[in-house]
Design a protein around this ligand. Structure first.
Ligand code: SAH
Length: 365
């Protein structure tokens, strides 16, 4: 509560000095402010937290991604040293399950060093606890740029959505940056910069350029995609799993979530998660421009089916007690189903790779 109040007054003071700030800057302060940011101050995951993610739904998710990594490593020519990198590892659950599944591939286990990229000291502590008995060397970094160069496998689940988005609003005279200001009564409020960003439309695909006035277009800086593209283009692969759209399109997808319910992103900064959908087309194009080959995105349901989630669920059920059996069935449905309650369609999976390797597992046609 106190952290939230001080972040709120800090943002208010900033706006008083510099004027309304871009939505992306507001979100960055809310999420990763070094003292009061949402991720910095808590473990937001799980039933008792604010939201639940695929690795927290079931061990099957991390296990299958572990096996995917092993197959990708073989396709890379089984390099003797490889960095298994996870961006935004949350509680470390995906990595724990992946490493456990990898007992079947001892050569890969021996070759890998785990690198976790995590901005949150609170979550880093949870990850250390989760992975203490995982039997692998684990190193932590605040940013991907700190991970040593060389053969690499990069995994990111629900990471890009947490990278702040800029929102642009189309008006008659061009695209204007959407900002957060303060009303006379002292509340945060959305607005737009009076001047359009010069020539912004030049970077847009035609469908977005021709959108009607009032449309919102969201974009993230390309630096993460550039960095991943550069790292994978020579003996590397990456797997990005997130909710979002296959092609760039207009729409306001900024959302705040707290305690498993939608919230207002302008109320209680630092106390709720703020995310937005991933534009896979833009991400892929930026990585491709660095020399990476792009595969997908495909729907999470199809990705998991191709990796054999059904057989894995059957195997787990075969030795489970009845209550646990029901739980496995529910998790399987949640991860793969395409309806409103499932993650199977909204969540998509994109692979990026060294063009010499060919399509990674689950992406060959
Ligand atoms: N991958 C996990 C957690 C997803 S939540 C899962 O699927 O359960 C987002 C994760 O990214 C958290 O670990 C959060 O602390 C981290 N994160 C958010 N912004 C970050 C940034 N800019 N740099 C590094 N890590 C970040």
């Amino acid at each position: 509560m106190e952290a939230q109040a001080s972040l709120e007054s800090e943002i208010r003071r900033l706006i008083a000095v510099v004027g309304p700030i871009p939505v992306a800057q507001y979100a960055a302060l809310c999420l990763t402010h070094p003292a009061h940011g949402y991720y910095v101050t808590r473990d937001p995951l799980g039933a008792a937290g604010d939201f639940i993610t695929a690795p927290e739904v079931s061990q099957m998710f991390g296990e299958l991604i572990g096996l995917w990594s092993a197959a990708a490593w073989k396709a890379m020519g089984s390099p003797e040293n490889v960095r298994l990198v996870e961006l935004g590892p949350g509680r470390g659950t995906l990595m724990r399950d992946a490493l456990r599944a990898l007992h079947v591939t001892p050569a890969f286990r021996k070759a890998l060093v785990v690198h976790l990229v995590e901005v949150s000291p609170a979550l880093e502590r949870v990850q250390r606890e989760t992975l203490v008995n995982a039997g692998a060397i684990v190193q932590w970094h605040r940013d991907l740029s700190e991970v040593p160069a060389g053969p690499v496998i990069i995994i990111a689940n629900e990471f890009i959505d947490a990278i702040p988005v800029h929102q642009m609003v189309k008006q008659e005279d061009g695209w204007h940056e959407r900002v957060v200001g303060v009303t006379a009564a002292g509340n945060f409020t959305f607005g737009v910069r009076p001047e359009p960003v010069p020539h912004f439309e030049r970077v847009l695909p035609k469908s977005v350029r021709e959108a009607p006035a009032g449309s919102i277009f969201e974009w993230r800086p390309d630096n993460l995609a550039f960095e991943i593209g550069r790292r994978v283009r020579d003996k590397g692969v990456a797997l990005m799993i997130d909710y979002g759209h296959t092609e760039s399109e207009v729409g306001d997808t900024l959302q705040a979530v707290g305690q498993h319910a939608f919230a207002d992103p302008l109320i209680a900064p630092g106390a709720v998660d703020i995310t937005a959908h991933v534009d896979f087309q833009a991400f892929g194009a930026a990585a491709e421009s660095m020399g990476a080959a792009i595969y997908g995105p495909i729907e999470q349901g199809d990705f998991l089916a191709r990796l054999g989630i059904e057989a894995r669920a059957q195997a787990l059920k075969a030795t489970a007690l009845p209550a646990k059996k029901t739980e496995i069935e529910a998790a399987y449905a949640r991860l793969t189903q395409r309806g409103r309650t499932g993650m199977g369609r909204l969540f998509k999976v994109m692979a990026l790779a060294d063009p010499a390797i060919g399509p990674p597992p689950a992406f060959a046609n």
